[in-house]
Ligand binder design. Structure first.
Ligand SMILES: [Zn+2]
Ligand SMILES: [Zn+2]
Length: 132
């Protein structure tokens, strides 16, 4: 059993726990991730869907998309919490919504081909124009 990490939105209405057993983590620079977060990029970590459990705020969720592919936000404050991906089998947890630090670290920059021109990547992680 791996340990459980806590996560929450900005206003704390939505809270979750997720197993610290992420399979991959990357930093996405695509325009969708920039707009859903309002940031230069989105660090996310992938895990099987069943390993995240909502502990508060189910009724407040704002889901943009459908059951097999969506961005799930808090409907009260708008924070992006996670995205449902890969035919609904995986979640990409927005790492900024984690309260506890996960064991995993992002290993690559992806969709660098469409990154914001005003942001410069200054670390040594590998960069991919799209996916690795
Ligand atoms: Zn909220
Ligand atoms: Zn993206």
């Amino acid at each position: 059993m791996s340990r459980e990490l806590r996560g929450a939105c900005f206003c704390n209405t939505v809270q979750y726990t997720v197993e610290d057993s992420f399979e991959y983590a990357m930093i996405c620079h695509c325009s969708q991730c920039r707009r859903t977060t309002g940031s230069a990029f989105k660090p996310f970590a992938g895990i099987k869907r069943g390993k995240l459990r909502l502990t508060a705020g189910d009724a407040a969720l704002l889901v943009h998309g459908d059951a097999e592919g969506n961005d799930t936000h808090c409907g009260a404050c708008g924070s992006l919490l996670y995205s449902v991906v890969r035919e609904g089998k995986y979640l990409h947890v927005a790492m900024g919504s984690l309260i506890d630090a996960p064991s995993i670290r992002p290993t690559a920059h992806i969709f660098v081909g469409s990154k914001a021109p005003w942001f410069e990547i200054t670390d040594a992680l590998p960069q991919y124009d799209e996916l690795p």
